[in-house]
Design a protein around this ligand. Structure first.
Ligand code: ZN
Length: 427
């Protein structure tokens, strides 16, 4: 079975050039001109008509909510949402019920993902039992059972001793430790960024040092343990500075930033609006500027959505009581392309590097992140040229909790292929 994608615009270094892509048995066979002359007619032809074809996007931070929280999302709906956003590989966080914290539970999750997902799912195990306390999971065992990394996402590891022992164990097992950084003794029950906006709205604030102080602790523990330490969703200027310094010192640290922290700030919170409630919270314009500077100088390695679907009821009412988190898989590429690439802050090639190549490389997902002969045919076909409005009605996630609904953007994903099969779009 062969498929030929005709007249695709593909990135060749920094330039978009028109080429054909030949897919055979789920893999990319060749990229070039007049491939049918060399290889004969394909069974199936997709006319890309000068649309951009990217290596499938890779998001190492996604909440599929399955098992246990399936009123918010399922493996099926979450991975369909991923395909709709151009993602072909995602990392599934372990804050589900039950928490995958044993080799047996990881083996079950890996099997469920393989049976139900529309895109490739790399599965996280938790760091500690039930994602709480100080009892570590069997890192060697969960790695053998198929976990690609460990994380307690949703909560910070509170004690340095537990974090150090976890890092030593993860390093020995060859697992990346992805940290949600949050010192509970500094969060003070906050629901948005601490500062003048929170004061004006009368809402309790979350201080930036609840994040940055734990990163400062962790980079030193990472240095001592030798683990690959990855910081989830950095949000403050101080966090970027600490990570920049740690990288200069040769510590094996990487980090991600979410689209919403690059696109919004607490200045956008003009009223008590749960759609703008997330953890970490939207920070100040000064923090946002530092995040963009961190992207440009390589301190921030990748973009990850922290896709966090909730039911409408859980995201209504006051920020004081609503759930933290917004969806992101279906809006990430278009919002970032529109706000960062069309404004020439980043090149298209830099954005694809941050959303596909770098996350694949740094998390050792060696079958993802590149459009090249021999690689799986995981790719997305995107219309970069026509403006459209982001609408809840077209979302495939169960969650419609996005502050980007109503935005007018460019970068519409028309079709997504995984292993050469169309998993989203019309043929
Ligand atoms: Zn998360």
């Amino acid at each position: 079975m062969s498929t030929l994608i005709k007249n695709a615009r593909v990135l060749d270094a920094e330039q978009l050039t028109t080429k054909d892509i030949l897919i055979e048995d789920g893999k990319i066979k060749a990229i070039g001109h007049d491939l049918n002359q060399q290889y004969g007619a394909a069974d199936h032809v997709i006319c890309a008509a000068d649309r951009f074809v990217t290596p499938g996007l890779v998001d190492v931070h996604v909440h599929l909510r399955d098992p246990g929280l399936t009123e918010k999302e399922t493996i099926e709906t979450g991975t369909l949402a991923a395909a709709h956003g151009g993602f072909t590989t995602i990392g599934a966080m372990p804050n589900v019920d039950p928490v995958p914290d044993t080799p047996a539970k990881i083996a079950l999750m890996v099997a469920e993902n393989a049976a139900k997902a529309h895109v490739h799912v790399a599965q996280y195990a938790s760091i500690t039992t039930n994602r709480q306390g100080d009892e570590l999971v069997d890192f060697e065992g969960v790695k053998q059972a198929g976990a690609f990394a460990v994380s307690n996402d949703g909560s910070g590891v509170q004690t340095a001793g537990t974090m150090y022992r976890a890092m030593c164990g993860a390093a020995k097992a060859g697992l990346t430790l992805a940290a949600h950084v949050e010192d509970d003794s500094l969060t003070m029950g906050g629901v948005m960024n601490a500062g003048p906006v929170a004061d004006k709205l009368g809402l309790p604030g979350i201080m930036g040092i609840s994040e940055s102080s734990q990163i400062a602790r962790d980079v030193l523990l990472a240095e001592a343990s030798g683990v690959h330490y990855h910081v989830c969703h950095v949000s403050t200027a101080e966090s970027v500075r600490v990570i920049r310094d740690a990288k200069r010192a040769g510590i094996n640290v990487t980090c991600e930033v979410s689209p919403h922290h690059l696109l919004l700030t607490d200045a956008d919170i003009t009223l008590d609006n749960p759609m703008l409630k997330m953890n970490p919270p939207l920070r100040s314009p000064k923090d946002r500027a530092a995040l963009i500077a961190g992207l440009l100088d390589g301190t921030i390695d990748m973009i990850a959505t922290d896709h966090a679907p909730h039911t409408d009821a859980q995201k209504s009412g006051s920020m004081k009581t609503a759930a933290f988190g917004i969806t992101g898989l279906e809006t990430a590429f278009a919002t970032l392309y529109t706000a960062l690439v069309k404004t020439r802050l980043l090149t298209l090639s830099q954005l694809i590097d941050l959303m596909s190549t770098k996350p694949a490389q740094l998390f050792d997902l060696d079958q993802a992140g590149r459009l090249a002969p021999g690689m799986p045919a995981d790719l997305a076909i995107i219309d970069l040229d026509h403006e459209y409005e982001i609408k809840a009605a077209t979302m495939l996630s169960k969650g419609h909790n996005s502050p980007f609904i109503g935005w007018h953007v460019y970068g519409n994903v028309l079709m997504t292929l995984v292993d050469g099969q169309v998993v989203y779009g019309k043929d």
